[in-house]
Ligand binder design. Structure first.
Ligand SMILES: NC(=O)c1ccc[n+]([C@@H]2O[C@H](COP(=O)([O-])OP(=O)(O)OC[C@H]3O[C@@H](n4cnc5c(N)ncnc54)[C@H](O)[C@@H]3O)[C@@H](O)[C@H]2O)c1
Ligand SMILES: [Zn+2]
Ligand SMILES: [Zn+2]
Length: 431
């Protein structure tokens, strides 16, 4: 089969690899009908997550058709259409039983590596390094789903793949981020990052009773989507001083809760942001914490700080004094996706939200190398890329915007001048 393989920093290739097989009684093999590139994949792409190996199959946001099930999978049969949550969860351990699925005790065969880094190991994740299990990911024609009896939601007829794909990751992630804010009716919620996760956090903040949502980014089309789809007030962090502006907008008190939907690759133009950039480049620091610092500083006294943004290691210059002395509540985590599958599917069915609004690029699996580049650099108004494994090289993006062909060096350019010309530099569609 064909699969998107990690091939070193900022290098992915579409390669022929062996088909997955049933290995354990609770496995299923799924034919992937649609898969996406997540902001978390960019941390792998950019080389910030240790224990990746050349040839690792990427992708943790995917759905498809069940082809084959192991003898212990009684609730699925070939032909079923399912979305698979990105954390791999056994369903039986202490953590799974208490609905903390991303902390499963039984799904990371390489737990010992994660224990060195974190004390205890979280769940395994598809296509997300050997430290998190070394599982083959879903940016492929087929994928093996362990614990398939627990790790799926069946999709009823009448919903398109595009409407439900994001149930596997970013919709629950935005929702859990808002839930972690303990929003009281009428609260002001500030969201750093208007990428896919930030957009779902905005949507979810309204669902949970926010009175006001303020969203922060610098990418014009993302800020625009936060205004139009998200009904948020927006701040461009390159145009205004975020802390001063938030203070002014909230009568001097600060937002009731702050969501960091940026994570370890934050940009910024302040001193601390340049400091992070230099230290991370020299590998003296693992994560760039600028937006987290800003969220901590901006949050009102007694407020909630919710961090869906992924951090991998050790952060410098954390204003822990502000957390303690302002009595902030900090909540974070890889999303316990399974918890949210049914309730969020119902919201989609009821027409409360159409997650497919986020999709800016519809490409074939073969176009993954170019797709990673434009998503990383926010080129061509890219907000979210979906890849269709049955469309090799066709890749029409169906939204009226022009397509790229690898190697032509063109970029639709969202106008903030990052990394132009990298499309060509990456050697074209086939890497
Ligand atoms: N916790 C989870 O389970 C989970 C699941 C999915 C994604 N994530 C994480 O969520 C984060 C966002 O994912 P995404 O898919 O939206 O990624 P993305 O890269 O598309 O979006 C990040 C956005 O943050 C903006 N940004 C950068 N610096 C900023 C700053 N200083 N202030 C405000 N905005 C800034 C960028 O312009 C970009 O629009 C990533 O760290 C990803 O790993 C976590
Ligand atoms: Zn993800
Ligand atoms: Zn478990």
């Amino acid at each position: 089969m064909r699969a998107v393989c990690w091939s070193g920093t900022t290098n992915v290739r579409v390669e022929e690899v062996p088909d997955p097989r049933i290995l354990n009684p609770r496995d299923a093999v799924v034919r992937v009908t649609l898969t996406a590139i997540c902001g978390s994949d960019l941390h792998l792409y950019d080389g910030y997550v240790p224990t990746m190996k050349r040839g690792d199959i990427l992708g943790h946001e995917f759905m498809g058709e069940v082809m084959e099930v192991g003898p212990a999978v009684k609730n699925l049969k070939p032909g079923d259409r399912i979305v698979v949550p990105f954390p791999i969860s056994c369903g039986n351990c202490f953590f799974c039983k208490s609905q903390q699925f991303s902390l499963c005790e039984n799904s990371n065969p390489n737990a010992w590596i994660a224990e060195k880094a974190y004390g205890y190991s979280p769940a395994g994740i598809y296509g997300y390094s050997h430290m998190l299990g070394g599982y083959a990911g879903g940016q492929a024609e087929y994928v093996r789903v362990p614990f398939a009896d627990v790790d799926h939601i069946k999709i009823p007829d009448g919903l398109t793949d595009e409407q439900v794909l994001f149930l596997g990751d970013i919709f629950p992630t935005g929702y859990m981020a808002a839930e972690n804010c303990n929003i009281q009716l009428g609260d002001t919620v500030a969201v750093w990052g208007c990428g896919p996760v930030g957009q779902f956090a905005i949507q979810s903040a309204w669902m949970l009773g926010a009175g006001r949502v303020i969203a922060i980014d610098r990418v014009p089309e993302r800020l625009l989507l936060a205004q139009t789809w998200g009904r948020a007030e927006t701040l461009d962090y390159e145009q205004v001083d975020v802390l001063d502006t938030l203070r002014d907008m909230t009568g001097g008190r600060g937002p009731d809760s702050c969501i960091d939907a940026v994570g370890m690759e934050a940009h910024g133009t302040t001193f601390d942001a340049y400091y992070d950039k230099a230290k991370q480049a020299l590998r003296l620091e693992s994560d760039r914490a600028h937006s987290l610092r800003e969220a901590i500083m901006a949050c009102r006294k007694g407020g909630h700080l919710s961090v869906p943004g992924v951090y991998g290691g050790f952060l410098d210059k954390m204003p822990m004094g502000a957390v303690v002395n302002k009595a902030l509540t900090l909540k974070t985590g890889q999303t316990h996706v399974h918890r949210y599958l049914q309730p969020l599917l119902e919201r989609i069915q009821e027409g409360q939200i159409d997650p497919s609004r986020l999709i800016s690029h519809r490409l074939g699996l073969d176009e993954a190398p170019m797709a990673y580049e434009i998503f990383k650099h926010k080129q061509d108004n890219c907000i979210k890329v979906v890849l269709n494994p049955s469309e090799f090289g066709k890749g029409g993006n169906g939204n009226g915007r022009h397509r790229h062909h690898g190697g032509n060096g063109g970029n639709g350019g969202s106008g903030h001048g990052q990394g132009g010309g990298r499309l060509a530099g990456n050697g074209g569609v086939h890497g």
